[in-house]
Design a protein. Structure first.
Ligand code: NAP
Length: 313
């Protein structure tokens, strides 16, 4: 029996783990298939305060994990199939760990990369289609690459991929980019990046060896064209990992968990949410970490009132 179980180990979950462990509440932290979360698929993090020269994403996450372990957080690999929210304490059905019983649950399961959903894409994942430049960029040394998307992720990936590629073409469905000015300026200054704006991706084209290009529609002329590339990196955002909640936790229409404004409380007392799984606005490592701290403090307060018999369910 645990006082608190944290699901997910991105900056939100790990910060919650540091706070709860330091409060001597010995949280169980369940790590999913991508320990460390999205930051383990990025390169250098330049905007996390405290690192003058930046820090590599995986190193930052590794440090946070060690910090939580130092105070007694219990890390286990597992996959949460379902949670019985109707009973107290809560019962979690976890593949790899069995049944776990806990007073509070902190949901920090983050978000997963979206795909375009166009013909040829799914069957070519691993044959040229990727959502992770840091993982797969290396395979495209001196090859032409396409990055799809107009946000910070797309521009960051495009910049990073110019280390390997002979050329990177950025395809975006509109003329205006969504990315921040600094990322735009950096990409514009990179002469290995070409721009294919106002183009809608239609189909991934491939042969027996893998991807050869992507068919797009030019939204100005209506013409279809093929942009040749051996690698297609899709960077069009993420969707929240909330399917396992079985609809018991209130979400917005896109699946993001809704919390009481100014807190991390969900619609069920004793269940808290932090990080990208509940954030449609900021989605930064530092805001995720901040909300993880809030969730830990909310959970701590709830556990205290539970122990004093003050909770009315
Ligand atoms: P995002 O800001 O939501 O941008 C997604 C991009 O993909 C948009 O340009 C969107 O086009 C495009 N898109 C979405 N669905 C598409 C589809 N089906 N077909 C074609 N294009 C599609 O996502 P993100 O870039 O992953 O960034 C998420 C958050 O993380 C942001 O808050 C960002 O600031 C942050 N981030 C920060 C950094 C950094 O500070 N270094 C790095 C990476 C990410 P439209 O513009 O037309 O909607």
């Amino acid at each position: 029996m645990y006082k608190s179980v944290i699901i997910g180990t991105g900056p939100a979950g790990l910060t919650a783990a540091i706070y709860l462990a330091r409060a001597n509440l010995k949280p169980l932290v369940i790590e999913g298939p991508q320990p460390g979360g999205q930051l383990t698929t990025t390169t250098e993090v330049e905007n996390f305060p405290g690192f003058v020269d930046g820090i590599m994403g995986p190193e930052l996450m590794d440090n946070m994990r060690k910090q939580a372990e130092r105070f007694g957080a219990d890390f286990r690999m597992g996959w949460v199939n379902s949670i019985e929210f109707g009973e107290r304490p809560f019962k979690l059905n976890v593949e790899g760990l069995g049944e776990i019983v806990t007073d509070t649950v902190i949901l920090s399961t983050g978000a997963t990369a979206k795909y375009l959903g166009i013909p040829g894409e799914e069957e070519n994942v691993g044959r040229g289609v990727s959502t992770c430049a840091t993982c797969d960029g290396f395979f495209f040394r001196n090859k032409e690459i396409v990055v799809v998307g107009g946000g910070d992720s797309a521009l960051e990936e495009a910049n990073f991929l110019t280390r390997f590629a002979s050329k990177v073409t950025l395809i975006h469905r509109r003329n205006e980019l969504r990315a921040s000015k600094i990322m735009q300026d950096r990409a514009r200054a990179n002469d290995k990046i070409e721009w294919a704006l106002n183009r809608t991706p239609l189909e991934v084209v491939a042969d027996e060896q893998g991807v050869t290009g992507i068919k797009v529609r030019n939204n100005e002329t209506g013409n279809e064209e093929i942009i040749e590339a051996r690698g297609i990196f899709v960077a069009i955002g993420h969707h929240p990992n909330t399917e396992f909640l079985g609809g018991k936790i209130t979400t917005d229409p896109n699946g993001y968990i809704m919390t009481t404004p100014g807190t991390t409380e969900t619609n069920i007392q004793g269940v808290f949410a932090c990080g990208d799984v509940q954030d449609t606005r900021y989605r930064q490592a530092i805001t995720a970490a901040g909300s993880g701290c809030m969730a830990a403090m909310d959970a701590e307060k709830y556990i205290e009132s539970l122990e004093h018999g003050e909770v009315v369910l």
